[in-house]
Design a protein. Structure first.
Length: 221
């Protein structure tokens, strides 16, 4: 689990797992670049959890034979994560992952960094599809995103705590795609502006963001 260098990481017993039915989670397979959004749809305390996660068929087949995953979620503004073993992965009647209830997990309180103003093209992925967006500012831990949304669009009803996937282009540093957690939402004249936190950046993504910020600071001072 990748965290900021000065983030406070506390190891806590898995029995304190704060999940409920419908809880948004992020699932990542170690050494894989992509993260997948899902929801907890069932669990038996101290034994197993079940998450509804849409996975590529090849990855689902791989995990159906067992394997390790990293699961992260947000509770009251704090990121929790744990490694666990998959028991099974099925596609019918829907795509489900069955995995062991954790015995130990990490509680991570991320630092808050100052934001650098920018004007980056991006794409926001929600349950209803893709949305063109603009990244207005960015830091090593999060960004502010603007997306045009009509009142009837489901994305317009997004609230703090929701997990979305954001793809953005960092220019010379290339593109990245990672999950974000919405911290606040503002709606005004057909525009939805989201303050967000990067939920699960890997080492390469953190490096690209860091290099982009360094370049921006050099060019704007």
């Amino acid at each position: 689990m990748t965290v900021q260098t000065d983030a406070k990481v506390v190891m806590i017993p898995g029995v304190q797992l704060s999940v409920s039915l419908g809880k948004d989670v992020i699932v990542r397979v170690p050494e894989k670049d992509l993260a997948y959004r899902g929801k907890i749809v069932g669990f038996d305390p101290y034994d197993y959890l079940i998450a509804s996660v849409r996975l590529p068929s090849s990855l689902r087949e791989e995990l159906s034979m067992g394997g390790q995953i990293i699961v992260k979620y947000v509770h009251q503004g704090t990121v929790y994560g744990f490694k666990t073993l998959v028991r099974n992965a099925i596609s019918s009647p829907t795509s489900l992952l069955f995995f062991d209830y954790p015995t130990v997990m990490e509680k991570v309180q991320l630092r808050r960094d100052s934001r650098t103003n920018c004007n980056l093209d991006g794409t926001l992925y929600s349950d209803e599809g893709e949305h063109d967006c603009l990244i207005l500012n960015i830091s090593s831990t999060g960004c502010r995103v603007s997306v045009r949304a009509k009142a009837r669009d489901r994305i317009a009803a997004v609230e703090a705590g929701a997990i979305l996937i954001l793809s953005l282009n960092l220019g010379a540093e290339g593109g990245i795609k990672l999950p974000i957690m919405v911290r606040n939402a503002k709606r005004e004249q057909g525009l939805l502006t989201l303050g967000s936190m990067f939920l699960d950046p890997n080492a390469e993504e953190e490096e690209r963001i860091g290099k982009y910020l360094e370049r921006m600071q050099r060019l704007t001072r």
